[in-house]
Design a binder for this molecule. Structure first.
Ligand code: MN3
Length: 199
């Protein structure tokens, strides 16, 4: 059985940038629904013995398994998203990662602008990402439940830009949410840890 992961912070820890109400709905209802549906779909099938990553790779390659892929992708993406944030996030970026950001984007500010632009430009539901291919950092966008995992890239940071992620706190203002995410929510120590693991 797949489990809804506990959040590594209190429900009100990310306020005012992400309210307890938004987190309660997003984690407790949206993410939970993906996990529940995933467990329903794999019960009694060969998938029940596989890891989440294996199911993602197999179902991504099988058009008939789109519903299963959507649940697995959303479970993986949300689990990644929660761990990339912390109370009092934002702030300085550890040196190793900062150097690579400057090398690949010109400056930290240019990286932040490119990440925010991806959050805003993703048409409809989806995700903005900072990814690493072992050589270079890059920004990516994915629609719906798609994930860089299937392209073999290391995902260092993601921002959920489905409306359910920001509508309670920001209504239709996705750009304000993107600003708050990158400036006040990101756990740069966690992102650096992922970068060092992939490097
Ligand atoms: Mn979501």
């Amino acid at each position: 059985m797949f489990q809804l992961p506990d959040l590594p912070y209190a429900m009100d820890a990310l306020a005012p940038y992400m309210s307890a109400e938004a987190l309660e709905y997003h984690h407790g209802k949206h993410h939970k629904a993906y996990v529940d549906k995933l467990n329903e779909l794999v019960a009694g099938t060969a998938y029940a013995q596989m890891t989440l990553e294996e199911i993602i790779r197999r179902s991504a390659a099988a058009p008939a398994e789109r519903t299963l892929f959507n649940q697995t992708g959303q479970h993986w993406n949300h689990s990644h998203f929660w761990l990339g944030m912390k109370k009092d996030g934002g702030g300085p970026i550890p040196g190793n990662l900062e150097r690579q950001l400057i090398a690949d984007f010109g400056s930290v500010d240019q990286f932040k602008a490119a990440f925010k632009a991806a959050c805003i430009a993703q048409f409809g539901s989806g995700w903005a990402w900072l990814i690493f291919d072992g050589q270079k950092l890059a920004i990516a966008k994915t629609g719906n439940a798609d994930t860089p995992l299937i392209e073999g890239h290391a995902a260092l940071l993601t921002c959920d830009v489905w409306e359910h992620s920001y509508y309670i706190d920001y209504r239709n203002m996705r750009p304000k949410y993107a600003d708050a995410f990158i400036d006040n929510l990101v756990d740069w120590e966690k992102v650096t840890e992922r970068f060092e693991a992939a490097a």
